[in-house]
Design a protein around this ligand. Structure first.
Ligand code: HEC
Length: 193
């Protein structure tokens, strides 16, 4: 009986250790990354917003920026405060909700909770992947992708942007290894102290 219990326990330990592996992105034969399919079920960490009304009418990304971390990478970050090799982070753009009666200048709408900005339709998907082997030429091993800055359906694959387009700004201004943790309250709370 005891032996069975020990066997079950060791199977449990082995499975738990295995579960700490990072679920990595997949790539096609040409080296393009395949778009994730379930990013909306990843860990939602925050939503920066840079509306046109506050950016001279011309924000580069006037939408909400919903950011999601792949769960196994999140678990590793929670334990270590570091981004493991294989980490995937998605950023989905969501238009400001708009309808008759919303303010033309500010884009704000009045809803039952008050005057402000509410989420409308999905409008784009970006992904960053850390892989210091596959992307040994990229600063920090982080590669950056876009599946389109437009309504769904998004592209199914994407090739990495040149480092100057994306990595440089992340390297200069992001707080934790190229990731803007300073803007994600869920990650700040998860970080080990
Ligand atoms: C001028 C600076 C700047 C440049 C250039 C830039 N980003 Fe970012 N990026 C940010 C900021 C700031 C955030 C934090 C979230 C937000 O405000 O959208 C961010 C967040 C992200 C995230 C979420 C994960 C993270 O690292 O925080 C992804 C994915 C992303 N950017 C993709 C890209 C891609 C793809 C490019 C190149 C086409 C790019 N970024 C270029 C500033 C930049």
């Amino acid at each position: 009986m005891l032996k069975i219990v020990f066997t079950l326990l060791s199977v449990f330990w082995a499975t738990t250790a295995f579960a700490q592996n990072i679920n990595e992105a997949t790539f096609n034969a040409d080296g393009a990354v395949n778009a994730p399919t379930d990013w909306r079920k990843w860990v939602f960490v925050g939503t920066p917003l840079t509306p046109n009304a506050l950016n001279g009418g011309e924000a580069a990304f006037p939408e909400f920026h919903n950011v999601y971390v792949e769960p196994s990478a999140f678990a590793h970050f929670e334990k270590t405060g570091e981004w493991a090799n294989g980490t995937q982070i998605a950023k989905e753009l969501v238009l400001l909700r708009s309808h008759d009666g919303c303010d033309e200048d500010t884009g704000a709408c009045f809803e039952v909770s008050g005057q402000g900005y509410f989420q409308g339709e999905f409008a784009g998907l970006e992904l960053t992947v850390k892989d210091t082997d596959r992307f040994s030429d990229e600063p920090g091993g982080w590669a950056y992708f876009s599946f389109g800055h437009k309504a769904e359906p998004y592209a199914e694959t994407a090739t990495a942007f040149p480092a100057a387009s994306c990595n440089a700004c992340h390297a200069a201004s992001a707080e934790t290894d190229f990731v803007f943790t300073q803007f994600y309250p869920v990650l700040r709370a998860a970080m080990p102290r």
